[in-house]
Design a protein around this ligand. Sequence first.
Ligand code: KG4
Ligand code: ZN
Length: 345
Amino acid sequence: VLGPLVLGIETSCDETAAAVVARDGDGRARILSNVVLSQIGEHAAFGGVVPEIAARAHAEAIGGIVSAALDEAGVGLARIGAVAATVGPGLVGGLIVGATAARAIALPRGLPFLGINHLEGHALTPRLTDGLAYPYLLLLVSGGHTQILLVEGLGRYERWGTTIDDALGEAFDKTAKLLELPHPGGPSVERMAERGDPARFSLPRPLRGEKRLDFSFSGLKTAVRQAAEANAPLGEGDVADLCAAFQRAASESVADRLVLALARLRDRFPDLADPVLAVAGGVAANGEIRRALTALCARDGVRLVTPPHALCTDNAAMIAYAGLERLEAGDRDAAAAPVRPRWPL
Ligand code: KG4
Ligand code: ZN
């Protein structure tokens, strides 16, 4: 037996996504469907997401994607018990499309509508995939966000650190662009780095050793540009070496900050039986960053939880799941504002 089925909709950036999630009789969350349509191809020629194009693409796709999510779950709309949608933060046009579609489904049927913060979706994903108990530490590293969050409970998030300039994924993407590698940059840089020598170029480790948990990546990107200019024209070997050096510097910066964060977690919760560091965001797919985190957690006796890649990147299952937790907590209309393009957790 399943509890209420929650339909989730995510349209905050360049993925149009819908999913159906419910809790089974044992209290485990189950993903009944998870459909994601990426707009990467539509933005590729522009080297980044164009808001107007994104909004139109969401508007064209949303109906079909919701239908596909219901089909994949094998249910009709009549079986849905609540509708959740990302209402911020993100690009306003896309948010309006998703939130309006969700309200139009919920209101005429008298169903609860749950407006979800996109970051809450990422933050709760390890509970969806691994049934984690509160509290845990979350490293969120995506194209738009770089944060260390203490997830203490539903709606109780403490931001321990963030980037003071570029997001980590953004730094990968900009580095790829300046080395003329294809978009999205993360996977391109990682592929090239495999053949490179990380020691040939010495790049800075911004904020290393500082007692705060913030990140900075724009200096790293600038250092790559300067090294590229100094060695122009670049051969393939040079590009590989630069990618390897960049990736090494990025993963060491992340690891450096997390040593501090894990120490703070222990201070705060000295009796925690099962301390956990979970990751989310597209950059969590990076092999070198994963290796650095694995080593760090092994040394510290902390469990590392890495949800499957498809649930680390933007998706609607995480929004449906956040909606489910909100519903279980008694929320019936979790967002008064139509959409909130800027909305810190
Ligand atoms: O979470 P995500 O799919 O979308 C949001 O930004 O919300 O993250 C996309 C970011 C992009 O910047 C992409 O270059 C990066 O994640 N990324 C990676 C890898 N795969 C994706 N960065 C480093 N290594 C990867 N293997
Ligand atoms: Zn995201």
